[in-house]
Design a protein around this ligand. Sequence first.
Ligand SMILES: CC(C)(COP(=O)(O)OP(=O)(O)OC[C@H]1O[C@@H](n2cnc3c(N)ncnc32)[C@H](O)[C@@H]1OP(=O)(O)O)[C@@H](O)C(=O)NCCC(=O)NCCS
Length: 201
Amino acid sequence: MTIRLEQPEDYREGEDLTRTPSAEKAKLMLRTERLTLRPWFESDADSLFKYASDPDVGPRAGWPPHNSVEESLEIIRTVFRNDSNWAIELNATGEAIGAIGYGPSCECNLPAREGEPLCGYWVAKPYWNQGICTEALQAMLDYIRRTTDIQSLISGHFVDNPASGRVMEKCGFQPTGETCIDETQYQGKDRPIRVLRLELK
Ligand SMILES: CC(C)(COP(=O)(O)OP(=O)(O)OC[C@H]1O[C@@H](n2cnc3c(N)ncnc32)[C@H](O)[C@@H]1OP(=O)(O)O)[C@@H](O)C(=O)NCCC(=O)NCCS
């Protein structure tokens, strides 16, 4: 798989982007054969609602299904618009079919190391089991390695959602051997989470 970090002017293959200012990083788009990881736009609200209102998607990831296009728009504005969250766009159609990102783990109940970021993702149900999420996660990990000093990432999945664990393992995450309960997650009260970590350095 070829992963390219696209930056309009001065991109150089293999360049160490660790010192690139975050405003410049925000302009980077990650391209793979089938996907482009790019910022969310307000014009994605309709497709976000179409896929995130599916009751088989959000609850597996710990959030409730979206109830309206307006709610999806609000989530784009308040949750997705930062430089460590991307829409997963299918190159063939130009449509956003999922989300991927990383951020502070302090708001969840995972046994994270101090300052260790958490990563998460989802893909629209019609596109499951085609390697899409694995391709997106590999691209994001490549970006993190090349643009940050992050030492490790933590993640977890509900034990009753093994497909997510499979994606992490395909990308090099190892189970820590821990499980935890995170009541802050939607329907998280009685659903154990299996914890995995990726050492980046
Ligand atoms: C989990 C999710 C992101 C996976 O996306 P995807 O694009 O289908 O993932 P991939 O195709 O790259 O890989 C899925 C893997 O899980 C495997 N899998 C699917 N269902 C499975 C199951 N019931 N048990 C075990 N493995 C399963 C697939 O076979 C595949 O592994 P393989 O390549 O070794 O055959 C997607 O199902 C999703 O969005 N689910 C709802 C939200 C969610 O769970 N988010 C993650 C929260 S932690």
